[in-house]
Design a protein around this ligand. Structure first.
Ligand SMILES: [Mn+2]
Length: 310
């Protein structure tokens, strides 16, 4: 007798080393601890990437997630922070003393807490980077899709030749992924970091790390937006009158029937779906007041705010 059990999923947002918040959420969702790590009798957990950087318990977070994945109790995809971590340690074949991700001040600021906890250039460092290289860029199940920042069907199609059949970067693609002259660079930017727009002349803002930005991430899931303020993901305290400029962009509306879950966007407030097919699960867990959020997906094709748990 074959018992067909539908898989149901808990999709969890960016953790950024907040292992304590993760354990609290696992408990709340009914996961139990065993010798093989956390598990749930009915649900599999999906991590949307960005396990590292910023938080106090990055190695603990990595180990917890890897144990769940290794024991088929969870899935994880690559976030831009894992991607950047690979570039940080990958030598540039054209400039032997340099790396594919430049070791400049801004990049160091984003990554230094990880480098401290992991001990830069240690065996442990190499071990986790090798694991990052095995993470798929996205997941495609029968009924749902998961990606770190932005689902774009054209990019998903175009990137196939750089990936293996489990959507992982081919070893031979790693250098290209960090080479601005290679199309793969832009594909990874969009899937893992999202779409950006250049702000009007002389308009800028400061991001979370205090870096001055002339470009902003955009809410790619919108069907329309009239001004930069509506379109851009800029911290409220950085919003300004110059952003009331009218914006003219073409939106590729997501019209497929499969829901897409993603993270990355440091949302705040009460978790809410973006559309009935799109849900961001990142609610700034890295910040002291931020929440680690899960969406408990139970087979529905139309998403609902009632399924967020935090
Ligand atoms: Mn991210």
């Amino acid at each position: 007798m074959v018992i067909w059990v539908n898989i149901m999923f808990d999709i969890v947002g960016d953790i950024h080393g907040q292992a304590i918040k993760l354990k609290q959420l696992l408990a709340k969702l009914g996961y139990r601890q065993s010798d093989q790590g956390y598990y749930h009798p009915e649900y599999k957990m999906i991590f949307v990437g960005d396990l590292i950087d910023r938080g106090n318990y990055q190695i603990e977070t990595l180990q917890l997630v890897k144990d769940m994945v290794d024991n088929q109790n969870g899935y994880v995809i690559m976030g831009n922070h894992e991607f950047n971590a690979i570039g940080w340690i990958t030598p540039d074949p054209k400039h032997p003393s340099q790396f594919m991700r430049k070791h400049n001040t801004v990049h160091h600021k984003q990554h230094h807490i990880f480098l401290q906890q992991i001990v830069e250039n240690s065996q442990q460092h190499e071990y986790w980077i090798n694991w990052f290289k095995t993470l798929p860029l996205f997941l495609e199940f029968d009924q749902i899709r998961v990606i770190h920042a932005c689902w774009d069907n054209n990019i998903i199609r175009a990137i196939q030749s750089y990936l293996d059949d489990q959507h992982r970067l081919l070893t031979s693609s790693i250098i290209d992924a960090f080479n601005k002259q290679n199309p793969l660079f832009d594909y990874c930017e969009i899937l893992l970091k999202g779409k950006e727009i250049t702000l009007p002349d002389s308009v800028y803002y400061f991001d979370k790390e205090g870096t001055k930005r002339h470009k902003s991430r955009i809410k790619w899931w919108l069907e329309q937006a009239n001004t930069f303020n509506e379109l851009c993901l800029i911290p409220d305290e950085e919003k300004n009158i110059a952003l009331e400029h009218t914006v003219d962009v073409k939106f590729d509306e997501y019209t497929d029937s499969k829901p897409v879950f993603f993270g990355h966007y440091w949302l705040t407030g009460l978790p809410a779906i973006q559309t009935s097919k799109l849900a961001c699960v990142d609610y700034s867990a890295a910040l002291p007041q931020g929440k680690l959020v899960a969406y408990r997906w139970q087979g529905e094709s139309l998403l609902t705010n009632a399924h967020f748990i935090f």
